[in-house]
Design a protein around this ligand. Structure first.
Ligand code: PEP
Ligand code: MG
Length: 537
């Protein structure tokens, strides 16, 4: 048995085969083929399938972004049927007896070089298109399922690192546990693992040859065991069962109130990133959703989610929570949460860059689409809206003007909406320091301790080398927390914590004594925190 130490991100024991995640790779190998006519047929089938994919993309784009923007997919379809392009590929297969992927890759290189050298802007721009459409065709031909689990069984997924956009696209039902070589304990991927209730370990340097081998992942200790013997598996199964029993005991807390021994009621909500997570929140008896990270909706897609698509998700969440509070945070991308179709320019310092509310206030139509979807959904439940990364009163005032415009537009169109509370995240030192002024502008504060710690301690939450220095118990954080709570209360608004610190059981009592009104935690942490609240004086 090989033992590899990493860092625990989320507890739990996973036992099963390891699968090393194969990332998108467009390396094409030259193969010799015997039956060239069969290869030409395979190429033709691949080309048809690619055209069908492009047709579906065209239809979708037509609906969502209009004909002018959808037209590019038509251009790609036409390129696949272009006689010169087709003949080049078929000739290469027949004369050089090579595989279709290789013939497509070579043709793509030749055509794009040719286009690039032309003295015509339009043709030069086609160079990127020919590469793009050829890569799509190569992926279809090689049958590669990008960034997807290849095995049909449930697996312990091993990866170099996982970006949030990759994590959200994985088939969670089939992941027993996560193990990554890199990554930070405070990253969004780590947060996702906690939300998904999946044992997870980072910083574990697993060997390349562990693919397919049986392993045990101990999320409590942060250890991966490869090729364990029967006796060890038996012991770990016992640990797994004991954990399940503990979980079952916690189930007795379902339906109980979140009230301390001295009678203070705490709102105990759940953090979620998808409709599936909402089911986990309900299963764990959360009194509401304290943070719906709406950016995951954008991360899951390869296009801007339309108003209808967003409305449908928010409405489903509001209805599923049946009148319980659902706090939806507006788009918080940037930094580690990158989305290709946003086409953001690389930045020197993305954590302090063009992100979250800064993007929304800059790209107002994008913001308004989300707000319209949120307000429309608010007619179906108890939705509140929360804005991330605030640093000034001006930002809040601009937000209020835009949301007022959205409400007016809906009223004019006779579209109903509910009474929506508007709050902000306090996750920058600037917001904490002017929380007395901000409190006068909004209905509630939710403290994002993940970013507040990052910016207060000047420690990049993504940098694994600094995990040891990332001290969420630093007195500076607690001074800020007390200041924010007091300033909120002075203005008569409620104050909660939705950062990961809110789920730290060693701090529940302290938070309550500091005056916190709400704690929003991963669904799997709702019942353990409830137990702590009920034991607090
Ligand atoms: C936070 O910063 O604490 C927070 C809850 O938001 P996120 O982790 O998504 O940045
Ligand atoms: Mg944050």
């Amino acid at each position: 048995m090989v033992t590899i130490e990493g860092k625990s991100v989320f507890g739990g024991i996973a036992i099963g085969p390891v699968e090393i995640l194969k990332k998108k790779e467009n390396k094409v190998i030259r193969d010799h083929v015997k039956d060239v006519e069969a290869e030409v047929k395979r190429y033709e089938r691949g080309s048809e399938e690619t055209k069908a994919q492009l047709q579906a993309l065209f239809d979708k784009a037509l609906d969502e972004v209009g004909e002018a923007n959808a037209a590019i997919f038509r251009v790609h379809q036409l390129m696949l049927s272009d006689m010169d392009y087709v003949e080049s590929i078929e000739n290469m297969i027949r004369t050089q007896k090579v595989n279709a992927e290789y013939a497509v890759a070579m043709t793509s290189d030749n055509f794009s070089t040719l286009f690039e050298s032309m003295d015509d802007d339009y043709m030069r721009a086609r160079s990127a298109d020919v590469k793009d459409v050829s890569n799509r065709l190569i992926r279809v031909l090689s049958g590669f399922r990008e960034n997807m689990i290849q095995s049909d069984r449930s697996v312990i997924l091993a990866a170099e690192d996982l970006a949030p956009s990759e994590t959200v696209q994985l088939d969670k039902e089939r992941i027993l546990g996560f193990v990554t070589r890199y990554g930070s304990a405070n990253s969004h991927t780590a947060i996702l693992a906690r939300t998904m209730n999946i044992p997870a370990v980072i910083g574990a340097d697993f060997p390349d040859d562990c693919d397919g081998k049986t392993a045990v992942l101990d999320g409590f200790t942060g250890t991966l065991y490869i090729d364990p013997d029967e006796k060890f598996i038996h012991e770990m199964r016992k640990k797994q069962r004991e954990e399940q029993e503990k979980q079952e005991l916690l189930q007795m807390l379902k339906g109980k109130e979140d009230v301390t021994l001295s009678g203070k009621e705490i709102r105990l909500y759940a953090n979620v990133g998808s409709v599936q997570d909402v089911m986990a929140a309900l299963k764990n008896d959360a009194a509401g959703i304290g943070l719906f990270r709406s950016e995951f909706l954008y991360l899951e897609k390869d296009h801007y989610p339309t108003e209808e698509e967003q409305f449908h998700v928010y409405k489903t969440v509001a209805e599923s929570m049946a009148g319980k509070k659902v706090i939806i945070r507006t788009l918080d991308i940037g930094a580690d949460k990158q989305i290709d179709y946003f086409e953001m320019e690389p930045e020197e310092n993305p954590a302090m860059g063009y992100r979250a509310i800064r993007i929304c206030l800059d790209r107002v139509s994008l913001f308004k689409t989300q707000l319209r979807a949120l307000y429309r959904a608010s007619a179906y439940g108890n939705i509140a809206i929360m804005y991330p990364m605030i640093i000034s009163q001006e930002e809040v005032r601009k937000i209020k003007v835009i949301s007022e415009e959205v409400r007016k537009e809906l009223s004019l169109m006779g579209i109903p909406y509910g009474n929506v509370e508007q709050g902000i995240m306090i996750e920058t030192p600037a917001a904490a320091l002017i929380s007395d002024l901000l409190a006068k502008e909004v209905d509630f504060f939710s403290i994002g301790t993940n970013d507040l710690s990052q910016y207060t301690l000047a420690i990049d939450r993504q940098n694994p080398k600094l995990d040891a220095l990332f001290d969420p118990y630093h007195p500076a954080i607690f001074r800020f927390l007390q200041m924010i709570i007091d300033n909120g209360h002075k203005a008569g608004i409620w104050v909660g914590i939705c950062g990961e610190l809110g789920a730290d059981l060693s701090l529940t009592e302290r938070f309550i004594h500091m005056g916190i009104d709400e704690l929003s935690v991963a669904p799997s942490m709702v019942l353990p925190v409830r137990q702590k609240i009920r034991q607090t004086r």
